[in-house]
Structure formats: C-alpha cells, structure tokens
Design a protein around this ligand. Sequence first.
Ligand SMILES: [Zn+2]
Length: 438
Amino acid sequence: MKYKIQNGYLLFHTGDGFQAEKRDLYIEGDKIVKIGGIGANRGNQADPSDMTDEREYQVVDAKDKLVMPGLINMHTHAYMTVMRNYADDVDFNEWLFQRVMPVEDHLPQEAAYWSSLLGCMEMIQTGTTSFVDMHMFHGQSPKAAQQAGIRAFIGRGLVGEDLYQDGYSRFKEALEEKEAYENDLTKFILSPHAIYSCSEKLLGQVAEEAEKLNMLKQIHLSESQTEIENAIDKYGKTPVKYLSDLGFLDKNTILAHCVKMQQNDIEILHGHQANIVTNPASNAKLGNGFAPINEMAEKGLNICIGTDGTASNNTLNMFREMGLLSLIHKGIAQDSTAAPAQFVIKAATLNAAKALSMEGKLGVIAEQACADLIFIDLHAASLFPNNNIVSSLCYSANGSEVESVMVNGRFVMRNRQLLTIDAERVYYEVNKIVNQCL
Ligand SMILES: [Zn+2]
C-alpha cells in the first residue's frame, strides 16, 4: 500500500531533541519514503523537484493527531499475560515459586499462544509496535506476534549446565523457531535466563553461538539483592563482573533490570557498550528497588525501557512505564530535572532501536525507516491543551489516546479498531485458560 499521511504533527528527533512539526508523510510498502511539506498550506508542488504523483497514495487524515514512532517494549514475557493480577502483594519467593512457576509448569502450549496474543493486543492498543520477548513455549510467541502483525524480537529462554547437553532441547527449539518463523517482522535472539539458572559454561557457549549466528542476546541481570549476594559468595564478584570476565558482554547484549549496581559495575557495562533495559514497575512491585538510571545515563549507557511480564507489572503499557520511570528517578534524585521527558521518549524509541541494531530503521520518523507509527489523539482531554507535546507523552498520556497503529506499513489498529486480532475470541480463550489452569 501507499499512504500519504497529512494534516498531522510528526514527531522528529534532531540535535535539539524531539519536536513536533506539521508535515506530510509518504509511505510505500513497509517504508517511509518521503517527508513532505505542509500539504494543505504550502503544498508539495512548491518544490519543482517533487515528482510525487499524489493520486497513487491513499490519504490518511491525521488532523489533531501526533504521528510518532511506535514504542519499543524492550523486555517482556507475553505468554504470562494470563497471570495478570494473579499473584500480587505476596513475598517474592512465594510469588515466584508458589504462584508463577506452578502455573507455567501446567500451562498447555496453546494457552501460551492465546496469552501471548492478549499481550500483543494490549501492546498495540497502547502504542507499542515492537517488543522483545523471552518465553518458554515452543513457537507460541512468534505465532501470536505474527497473527497480531506486531514486530517482535523473540528468545526461547535457555537454562542449564551445557548448551549441547541438558540445555540442548531448549536451544534446539530456539533454532527451530528461527528457522520456521523468521521474517521481516519477526527476529530471534538468544535468551539465557539468568546467571543463577545458567552455568558459566552454558553462558560462554551462548556467547559463542550468538557471535557465530549473528544474533543478539538478552539476559536478566542483577535484579535482586539475593542474586548479588549469591554471585559474590559463589564467584567472588558481582554478576556484572562475572559476565564481563566470561566475555558475554558487548554491544549486542541486552540486559534486563540492572537494579543492583555495585562497585564499578556501571563502568564495566559502559566499557562493553552493553544495552540496559530498565523495568521500573516490575522492580518496584517485586520489592527489588530501582536501577540507578540517573548515574547510568550520566555515564552514557544506552538505556531502554521494558515492562517485564504482566505477572510482575501488571500491564504492558509503555506509556505508564515511561511516566513511572521519570517520576521515580526525579524522586530518588530529589531533583526535578532528573530523567526528563526528552530522555524517556528517546529511551523508548531511539535507544531501543540502537540496542536492536536497527538504528535509522526503528524508533524514528525518517526516509527509509520502517513505517512503524502510532497516531495519538491530541484532542484527548488527558493531553489537552497541547502546551508541550513531548511532556504530554511522558507525564499525561495513559495509552488510551493511541488512535491508530501501523507496523511495517500496515495498519493493525485504526480508529481504536483492532484489524488483526479478534478480541472476543482472545477473551473467550483466555477465560478458558484461567478456569483450567489458574
Ligand atoms: Zn523478565
């Protein structure tokens, strides 16, 4: 399809940060091909070199809308969505070992599909166009993402002593998924679960395979005080130093959490150019605290944002996550200038694209970028008046203002109508799972 999006404000990022400008946008197939003038007022014909035949394009009127790059949720577990509000206000060990893990152990494969699809539905409705997933159910997450038409970077959770022995069945599934489902929208990454569930040997093997297969890798790191204490007891070093010494850290590594930074952990991460994903709601809810985002940002680390799964959040709404991130870190620093809106929006778009090796393609409105766009209703009461659009995205938006969502040049939601997901069927199937498994 070819679209001309006109009359809307486009969110650009320049040396001065994000700003909204009224411009026309041309999309062909999966890409943004041209950023035009101010259609109605100035007209593209003002430029004699402009040979665009306007009749080829389906016009999308974006009056009173902000068109911005889709948000990128850099860490979640979509299959867990069925467990939303299932285990709250309980001790962390009870949450994990008595509530979450027993459900995971008994969830049928197909249940993970519907649960993941519900997660995709919530992400689309709240303006996420890409997500990074770690899952446990063979093929279900990619199937759901492809049904939803959302962009995904998916990793089968890996655990064990040896990738080619006890860890092999999961590694084999990871490779099979890549073979079966990889396409323009669905990419695969290697996802060892954590340093306490993977041996030193396995982590080394994953790092080698990632290099060989040219894949990104993600891992949960330094999430809780217990993880830090155990690493220091067992290895005499922090989890960050441990991974660094293993040769696991590089610019193709995505680290979820990084809450408990010790000694010179931040310098080590900076040295390796590893990417940080902060999950403020999940870290707060599970009583783990807050990542030192202000210090990390000051050191120049690439900070991204994730929601984590709904069992520990309990939403996949990136607008809530962005607002929380800023408010939490202003509060911690006792500094109202900390974690400003400009920083937060960049973390959810451009920084995420960098971590995914998709700079210039994702998280940006630019010629030749992927047409992953969200349309935000600037006349929603929650955003009005539009005194500062960037502020409103961080401090006022709750996700309900997302009116339309396009991924790779295809509308997956238009005027709040989902176009790829039958919501009633998802509710029906998820209710069945709740009755059977929870
Ligand atoms: Zn996680």
